[in-house]
Design a protein. Structure first.
Length: 112
């Protein structure tokens, strides 16, 4: 029995650097483009910024390609993972996301 180690790809290996370069690139574009960036900001439909929607889609699409859609048929046999995900995302997280910011140290400091 041989076990093969999966080599980490170039992009994944330097992901932190790519993220940092993306952030710096965005800051640079915002700094040098100045007010002309307002044109991109005004491109929206139903309060959804179209360039941002396109970029998010491009970010998520590669992950969607790796989904094994044939395994979706088997969810009914072992629903534990799906049920747990639904409970956490829809019953627990909304309340914690509302509650935790109110518990932060900064919420105790009130002006006046």
């Amino acid at each position: 029995m041989s076990t093969q180690k999966r080599k980490i790809g170039f992009f994944e290996k330097y992901l932190t650097i790519w993220v940092a370069l993306g952030i710096l690139g965005g800051i640079g574009i915002g700094h040098f483009a100045g007010d002309s960036i307002e044109i991109i900001s005004s491109l929206e439909i139903a309060k959804v910024n179209i360039p941002v929607a396109i970029l998010i889609w491009l970010m998520i699409y590669p992950m969607m390609l790796q989904v094994d859609f044939s395994s979706i048929k088997k969810i009914g046999k072992r629903p534990k993972g799906v049920v747990l995900t639904l409970v956490v995302n829809w019953l627990i997280k909304p309340f914690t996301m509302h509650f935790l910011p109110g518990c932060s140290f900064l919420s105790f400091i009130r002006p006046g």
